[in-house]
Design a protein around this ligand. Structure first.
Ligand code: CMP
Length: 221
């Protein structure tokens, strides 16, 4: 299970044996908060099943989602490398299982294991690229373009081939989808309804079926 996570793909059997005593498994349900923005962080988490949303709240109480992560992905690593308060609140989107790893023991583990340290750096670099892309999209791309990008992004993580398209069981409410896109619920709903009317997608409860991925891809550029 641990090796499936990109972060630990390079581990040897001995590495896994050394890491096991440091791992704390946890199970959380929809809406459970793993940690809150601003708290002191002492732990990194790897998702083994389910989904976690990472959200930031503005001073006037509005929420923005910086990422929805799925199996094999990690979170809580920023306060490992740059000790300080959590930069986002982590909340389970559905039934989710996690493995927690204390920062201190992970530091010791990384000593003498450059391959694992490199995998962590790679994951951080990938995250920075994504964040830069999202920032540019917020400035340069209209809401329908961002919605279409978000759907494609969710499909890459959670999509499964169905009878007539790619079923993406994202488990998100319309409000959460809007927070991910960085727009109002009304504007995001309008874009979704327009895509559905064109036959590009079919909307289902907390899921969407992508019927025309090519058109969505073109709309996201
Ligand atoms: P940490 O700051 O310890 O706690 C919140 C976590 O959210 C953070 O570590 C990262 O793991 C994750 N996170 C913060 N910002 C982003 C982002 N832009 N993209 C993906 N994950 C993020």
């Amino acid at each position: 299970m641990v090796r499936k996570a990109a972060l630990f793909a390079a581990l040897t059997d001995d590495d896994v044996a050394a890491l096991r005593p440091m791992m704390t498994p946890a199970r959380v349900g929809r809406g459970d908060v793993v940690f809150r923005e601003g708290e002191q962080g002492d732990r990194l988490y790897v998702i083994t099943s389910g989904k976690v949303k990472l959200g930031r709240t503005s001073s006037d109480g509005r929420e923005n989602l910086v990422a929805i992560l799925g199996p094999g992905e990690m979170f809580g690593e920023l306060s490992l490398f740059d000790p300080g308060p959590r930069s986002a609140t982590a909340t389970a989107v559905g039934e989710t299982t996690l493995i927690g790893l204390g920062h201190e023991s992970l530091y010791g583990f990384l000593d003498g294991r450059p391959a694992v340290a490199q995998a962590l750096l790679r994951a951080l670099a990938r995250r920075l690229r994504r964040t830069n892309d999202s920032l540019s999209d917020l400035v340069f791309t209209d809401v329908p373009g961002r919605v279409s990008k978000a759907l494609l992004d969710l499909s890459a993580r959670f999509g499964e081939p169905g009878d007539d398209g790619l079923l993406v069981a994202h488990d998100l409410t319309q409000e959460e989808l809007a927070q991910l896109v960085g727009a109002s619920r009304e504007t995001v709903n309008k874009a979704l309804a327009d895509f559905a009317a064109r036959g590009w997608i079919r909307l289902e409860a907390r899921a969407v079926v992508l019927l025309d991925v090519d058109r969505l891809r073109r709309r996201s550029r």
